[in-house]
Design a protein around this ligand. Structure first.
Ligand code: GAL
Length: 732
């Protein structure tokens, strides 16, 4: 009777939450995600809504469904939704409610990772900069101001989802939610406050009363009822901290992200399939591909620093939404094979027998006498013939798993790929050269030392710029008497990420702490470097104008949010003969951004007198403009920026991201053919060594008009527009 009352209460509570009886109950145990009493294995894929456009979403979601996904997962990106405190924006590709609705319309489940810290190679890990600039705040720790903001934002997202009836008990698609992100990886660095923060975060999440399970990834000590989950290239050995929890893989990295100056990462389909099959062999219940579609870092949203605009990730769907074959097809077949065993996997018991060195046979069997087997070979080089007596003989290639229906029939092997490879090419539809106009970036004032604010120290760039721009000017002047040698050296140390220096209006040089020869030339979180160049001084006043450039704010690590940027805490010196003139504590004028940004030169409708004559090449700080017709058809459109340096590109006023076309990738890790056997690392199996690390930039079709389109570039280093071309991406 008491038992009956408890169930009754639960039903009542669920009804109260959902206000309708259409909803689904989501529960879990160690073998299954249980939706309305049905025991399920869930295959999910990450697609981040702001990394594509609403026009692309239905196709991406459908391709996910066709590829055998049950669910689509996304983070929520705080900075784009709350650019200023309590000013919210959910328009365009920020309309995550629409994204979830489309997922539901396609008949899929959804996983909501609120964070609101997200990492994700997203600038500043998704935190808005105003948060950092709030007095007294400390991010991701037991700090009342931060916790209050995190709770306000989390509650906002949850209440929007509730209002749109998106949670499963309300009849919506969302079956799981995540709070925080991989805090366990860095918690030690926050001491006891870290532990109390994560306990608070769990309680705060539970109090949201969403009626579905909450997840914390990479959090071994996740307080109940949080389910801890695994992220990585392999998660077969992972065990949740509660034996009753389902074993979930929130991030199965399908490839890797790319830095400016790095070659192209690839994770072979065979290895992804191997890792997934091993996971389900070892009791896995939910696998989420990170990423299923990586997409594009539009605007200045790439994190890092130095993450490229492309976030292709070698995911099953490429940056443009094309099938990345054979990966997409090979995984589709894997999903179908696993689903054939779903009933037995979620209700049976597993026994594993070591058949031979490195060969394991795992048998799932249920009460009805049904069986489903995984036969794995984790040897990095030896193919093995296995004799399973009455169940048959099987050849299991090195580093592979065979899935055996009824434990007798091989329906899939992770190393046997039947999906043909598809290679895509970029093609010019229209051979006519683009014609260009230009305007110089107006720098007279800053080269004259004039700024908007003044300080007697070198400011931290992210504090001063608050993410309004990649650029912050630091300007000062110094008097040189006739006794000081005029041939001097300017020495600037900076926290990074890049620096242009001008002395008396002359550009002295540019430097950054990026990668050289495919190797990162920075250490961990330290992007600092020393800039030193000869300069000519005048007797009398000399003006030093330094333009510091950020290239995506850091997104990972203990207190990554406090990693200094720009010149804060660093030094500026003039070395003239034996005299060192220290300018560090001079009066510094600052100005956020370049003038073209405030004049909105990137917007074709702004009033600018573009010059069509004497088109410059190799001229730093130049705005370029051209027009083009939309390519016919539906193939994805890109702009080839070969010949250009570094800057930012816009089409019809929409940012298509930063570009850095002259930054070549190094020689490390590239191999003519890739051996996936033996365990993947992100520096294995690379391609594109020695070429620009990113030459092509995606122009989503929805950014284009039917007639004339405008492409505008802000070129920072100096480039040559003669090879720039609008192209389409089609199978070769
Ligand atoms: C994880 C993180 C993700 C993403 C991934 C690498 O640590 O949770 O957000 O950054 O690494 O792509």
């Amino acid at each position: 009777m008491a038992h009956f009352c408890w169930i009754e209460l639960l039903v009542l509570a669920t009804l109260a939450l959902v206000g309708s009886s259409l909803g689904a109950r989501v529960e879990s145990d160690s073998n299954a995600i249980i939706i309305d009493g049905q025991r399920k294995i869930i295959i999910s894929g990450s697609i981040h809504y702001p990394r594509s456009t609403p026009q692309m979403w239905p196709d991406l979601i459908q391709k996910g469904k066709d590829g055998g996904l049950d669910a689509i997962e996304t983070y929520i990106f705080w900075d784009i939704h709350e650019p200023n405190p309590r000013q919210y924006d959910f328009s365009g590709n920020k309309d995550f409610i629409k994204f979830f609705q489309l997922i539901q319309q396609a008949g899929l489940y959804a996983i909501l990772r609120i964070g609101p810290y997200v990492c994700a190679e997203w600038s500043y890990g998704g935190f808005p900069l105003w948060l950092h600039n709030t007095p007294g705040i400390q991010l991701r720790t037991d700090n009342e101001i931060y916790k209050n903001e995190m709770q306000i934002f989390t509650s906002k997202i949850v209440s929007m989802c509730k209002d749109a009836k998106l949670f499963a008990p309300q009849g919506g698609p969302i079956i799981l939610a995540q709070i925080e992100n991989e805090y366990g990886n860095i918690m030690k660095g926050y001491g006891a406050a870290g532990k109390s923060y994560i306990n608070w975060a769990a309680q705060m999440a539970v109090n949201q009363n969403i009626g579905i399970p909450w997840v914390m990834c990479q959090q071994d000590d996740a307080p109940q009822p949080m389910i801890n989950a695994c992220n990585g290239f392999y998660c077969d050995q992972f065990k949740p901290n509660n034996p009753k929890s389902p074993k979930m893989w929130t991030e199965n990295w399908t490839g890797w992200f790319k830095l400016w100056g790095n070659s192209e990462p690839h994770r072979p389909a065979e290895d992804v399939a191997f890792a997934v099959a091993r996971f389900f062999q070892n009791g896995g219940v939910l696998n989420n591909y990170y990423m299923y579609h990586g997409g594009t870092n539009f605007g200045r949203k790439a994190g890092g620093p130095y993450i490229t605009t492309s976030y292709d990730y070698d995911a099953p769907l490429d940056e443009y939404g094309n099938l990345n074959q054979p990966k997409w097809g090979h995984l589709k077949q894997l999903h179908a094979a696993i689903k054939q065993g779903e009933k037995i996997l979620t209700s049976g018991t597993a026994t594993t027998r070591n058949v031979d060195h490195n060969i394991d046979l795992t048998t799932y069997a249920n009460n009805a006498g049904e069986r489903f087997c995984f036969l794995s070979n984790i040897d990095g080089s030896k193919d093995v013939n296995v004799d399973l007596q009455q169940d048959g003989k099987f050849m299991v290639p090195a580093w592979s798993v065979s899935i055996l229906l009824g434990c007798k029939t091989e329906i899939y092997n992770t190393a046997k790929v039947y999906t043909p490879t598809v290679v895509y090419a970029k093609k010019n539809q229209d051979p006519t050269k683009l014609s260009w106009a230009w305007v110089p970036e107006a720098m007279d004032e800053t080269l004259d030392g004039k700024g908007d604010t003044k300080a007697n120290e070198l400011l931290d760039q992210k504090d001063a710029a608050s993410d309004a721009s990649d650029y912050l000017w630091y300007m000062t002047s110094v008097n040189i008497d006739a006794n000081t040698p005029r041939n001097a050296n300017l020495r600037v140390t900076t926290n990074g990420h890049g620096l242009h220096a001008f002395v008396n209006k002359n550009l002295i040089g540019f430097q950054f702490a990026g990668s050289t020869n495919g190797q990162q030339s920075f250490n961990g979180d330290d992007y600092s470097f020393e800039f030193q160049r000869p300069v000519q001084l005048n007797v009398g006043t000399n003006i030093i104008s330094l333009l510091s450039v950020t290239v995506g704010l850091a997104n990972y690590g203990v207190r990554y949010d406090l990693i200094p940027t720009g010149l804060w805490g660093k030094t500026v010196q003039l070395m003239a003969g034996t005299t060192t003139i220290n300018l560090t504590s001079s009066t510094w004028f600052n100005k956020v951004g370049v003038n073209g940004e405030s004049q909105r030169l990137y917007d074709p409708s702004s009033n600018v007198n573009w010059n069509s004559n004497q088109l410059p090449t190799a001229r730093p700080f130049t705005w370029y403009k051209t027009t083009f017709k939309s390519p016919w058809g539906t193939a994805p459109v890109v702009v080839d920026l070969q010949g250009m340096g570094k800057g930012h590109a816009w089409v019809n006023g929409n940012s298509i991201g930063r570009y850095w076309a002259n930054e070549l990738s190094g020689t490390r890790g590239c191999v003519p053919s890739c051996n996936y056997r033996g365990g993947y690392r992100s520096d294995n199996c690379r391609t594109n060594c020695g070429n620009p690390s990113q030459r092509w930039y995606h122009i989503p079709r929805s950014f284009l008009n039917n007639n004339v389109n405008t492409l505008i570039l802000f070129e920072e280093l100096g480039g040559d527009t003669s090879q720039v071309a609008i192209q389409v991406v089609t199978p070769q």
